[in-house]
Every structure is written in C-alpha cells, then in structure tokens.
Design a protein around this ligand. Structure first.
Ligand code: ATP
Ligand code: MG
Length: 394
C-alpha cells in the first residue's frame, strides 16, 4: 500500500495557534484531492498522511495525480510517496526489498536512514538503518553504500500506524497555509513584477484579490486580456481570484490637461492608491500589495514611494522591494507568468509618461498640483467604473 506524506514547515512554530493553521492546511489538502478520489487525510507529528480509501490502494491512477495535486500547496515543506509496511522488522525488510531496489539503482550511491517516532518499537534507529541498508546492499551491490554523502537516501519512518518507507522527498511550496493571513488587494499590471508580488503574498497565506487599472482607448482589450491571463495563472496557487477593473481614462486626461508633466506619474499613482484603498475597504482586504522594487524606476525611489502611499491608511505591502529584476524574473519563470508578462501590450502607466519624472518629489508641490483637479469627483466617477469578475483555477 502507498500513501503520501506531507511535512509542514513553520507551522510547527505556531504554539497555541497551531490548530488553527493545521485546520486550514488540511482543508486545503482535502479541497485539492476532492476531484481526484476518496482519501483519508490525517495529521500527526507535523506530518499529514494522505491515504486512498475504498479503492485498490496501489492504484497509480489515484496516488500519482493526488501527489501532483498537493505538490504546490502552501505550508508544506516536503512531500513524498511512501510504501506502508506493518510495524515489524520482517515486513519492513520485505517492503524495502520489493520497492526500493528500482529506486536506488538510478543512482551510484545510497544510504538507509531511520526515524523512530514510535518509541515503543523494539529496535533502535541504528538497528533499522543497518538491517535495511544491509539487505538492500546485498540486492544491489553495484550501488555503493555512502553514509556521508549519498546520492539517495532510503528512509524508514516508524510512526503511529505503519512503518513508512520511501526514497527521498521533493521540496514542497513552503510558506503558510492558504487563508491564514487575511485578504490583500494586489495591484496587478501586465508587467513581470506584480504577478510575482501576488504569488509571494499568497505563499504567505494571504487570500489575494486583484485590481487592474486600464485606460481605454489608450490601452486595449488585448492588454486587459493579458492581465486576466496573468490572474488566471495565479489561480494555480490561489484556486480562485476576484478580479477588479477600474478605468483611469478620465483621471489621466485631467492630469494631462492640468498638471505639469514631471508630476504625471506620481499624481496618477496617488489616484491608484486611493482607489485601491476604496476597493480594499469594500472587499474587506486588510492590505494593498504592489510589485514595486526600490529604485527600479523614477516612481519607485524612496521619496516617490513615500509620496505614493501618503494618506493611505492600509498597509502597503511591497514584497519585491529589495529584489533585483533578475531574481524577480526567476520567480516569474517558475510560476509560469513570464511569457505572458513579456507580451508587449501597453499599460496605463505608460500612457502620457513624463520625459523627466521627479525622483525627489516634495509633498507640498504634489498638493499644489492636485489642487488643480477636482480630486473627489474624479475618484468618485472612476470608482463607478469598477467591474468585477471571479476567476477560477483551470
Ligand atoms: P510590473 O511592476 O508588474 O512589472 P511595471 O514594472 O510596468 O509592471 P510599474 O509601473 O513599475 O509597473 O508599477 C509598479 C507597480 O504598480 C506594479 O508592480 C503594480 O503593482 C502597480 N501597477 C502599475 N500599473 C498598474 C495597472 N495598470 N493596474 C494595476 N496596478 C498597476
Ligand atoms: Mg515594476
């Protein structure tokens, strides 16, 4: 019989709140498994055990897809498919001899290791390690035993119900369980950075919603569809996503007609933040998330960021603030948003861009510029263009 073992990470540190985090994690695992089949999902000693029930348990049709489905759940640091053996030495040896040779023969060296979580088990870890290692070595003499730096480790874990035998774990998605950190509103553009920022906050347990600003006819339908595609790609991690769109056309035209060019971008970004805050309040989001990175462009100097967020009451989370572009690109490739992000469609931030933007703006000057506009009226009418859709995992 096979099962999936999932180990959690930081959750272990959660002390009294641990049950709460654990429950969220188990819910998420159960949700992901629902479309695949019937599984028992239980948690013991910082490990979640996923076992198929009511079917032939060795059924590849069930265990492999299940393994794939739980592979990117946040809150899990490592996972593996393990063979279950009754808790006696003969059975453990028999199962190891049946299933492990094909695994270790893929490598040049191996070792056996053991973990005895059930302290009543009559053999020590060293006994188990030596016995199982010796038997496997006899069966596969061509694979060298290397206890210091083996290419693969056969692990025997003696736990509550069974002994679990597996050949190495894969890395899990890490982070904190879905929904453990409240809701956040991601300002999602069509660029490389903001989808990565959304992914990173989702990884920390935030339920991410998106807000996209467009500026039709200066931005196109195709540009909007590109951003929707990016949001859909994030649904691989978030399952669903509320996607909000607001039109900035009127605001941008008012800025263009009344303000000095060097301030265009900053004034626009202040409008964006104000509108984001309204959308966040309406949706009970407790933070605003952006893909800003210090010094990346003129509007992301420390002074510019100060002006952008001035007067906003919600925390503005900027997970990429200290990231180099290269590192952001690496993550965007990993989460499969890069190819979509680099499609060259226009964004409202690139409409009416100043030739010489201010990098050390002063709040007083910004206020003077904004006094030329009917800010409240512009905000109210932009907010009326709010359009919402729910996106789902494909
Ligand atoms: P990205 O940062 O996503 O690669 P970008 O670098 O072109 O795109 P910037 O102009 O640097 O975007 O904007 C910084 C941040 O402001 C973005 O990461 C995003 O959070 C937000 N933002 C920019 N344009 C938009 C937009 N049209 N709609 C929503 N948010 C936006
Ligand atoms: Mg950027």
């Amino acid at each position: 019989m096979r099962c999936i073992l999932l180990k959690y990470g930081e959750l272990i540190l959660k002390g009294l709140n641990r049950n709460y985090f654990e429950k969220l994690l188990l819910n998420q695992i159960r949700n992901r498994l629902k479309p695949i089949g019937k599984f028992e999902v239980v948690s013991m000693q910082s490990t979640v055990y996923v076992t198929p029930v009511g079917n032939d348990c060795d059924d590849d049709m069930l265990i492999e897809p299940a393994f794939k489905a739980v592979g990117n759940i946040f809150g899990i640091v490592s996972l593996c498919i393990a063979y279950c053996a009754p808790k006696d030495m003969d059975s453990i040896i028999a199962v190891a001899k049946q299933y492990m040779p094909q695994e270790i023969r893929k490598y040049k060296s191996f070792k056996a290791d053991a973990k005895r979580c059930d302290k009543k088990f009559p053999y020590t870890s060293v006994d188990i390690m030596k016995t199982v290692g010796g038997e496997l070595n006899e069966l596969c003499p061509e694979v060298k035993v290397d206890v210091v730096n083996p290419e693969i480790t056969v692990m025997v874990e003696i736990r509550d119900r069974y002994a679990y035998i597996h050949a190495g774990s894969c890395e899990g998605a890490g982070g904190m369980p879905k929904s453990s950190s409240g809701k956040g509103l991601l300002l999602l553009s069509g660029g490389i950075d903001s989808p990565v920022a959304g992914f990173m906050m989702a990884k920390r347990g935030v339920d991410v919603q998106a807000l996209h600003f467009e500026s039709y006819p200066y931005t196109s339908e195709r540009a909007r569809n590109k951003v929707i595609e990016l949001a859909r790609k994030l649904c691989v991690y978030t399952d669903t996503m509320k996607f909000n769109i607001i039109s900035l056309t009127e605001i941008q035209e008012a800025i263009r007609d009344n303000c000095d060019e060097e301030y265009f971008t900053l004034i626009l970004r202040r409008f964006m933040m104000e509108l984001a805050q309204r959308v966040a309040f309406r949706n009970k989001c407790a933070s605003i998330i952006t893909g800003e990175s210090l010094g990346q462009v003129a509007s992301q100097t420390m002074h510019a960021l100060g002006v952008t967020g001035e007067g906003i009451r919600l925390p503005i989370l900027r997970p990429l603030i200290a990231f180099d572009k290269e590192d952001i690109v690496k993550i965007s490739r990993k989460i499969d948003t890069f190819e979509t992000s680099v499609q060259p469609y226009e964004d409202c931030c690139t409409v009416f861009t100043p030739r010489h933007p201010k990098t050390r703006p002063e709040m007083e000057k910004i206020r003077e510029q904004e006094s030329r506009l009917d800010r409240q009226k512009l905000l109210d009418s932009a907010f009326e263009t709010l359009n919402t859709m729910i996106l789902e995992r494909e």
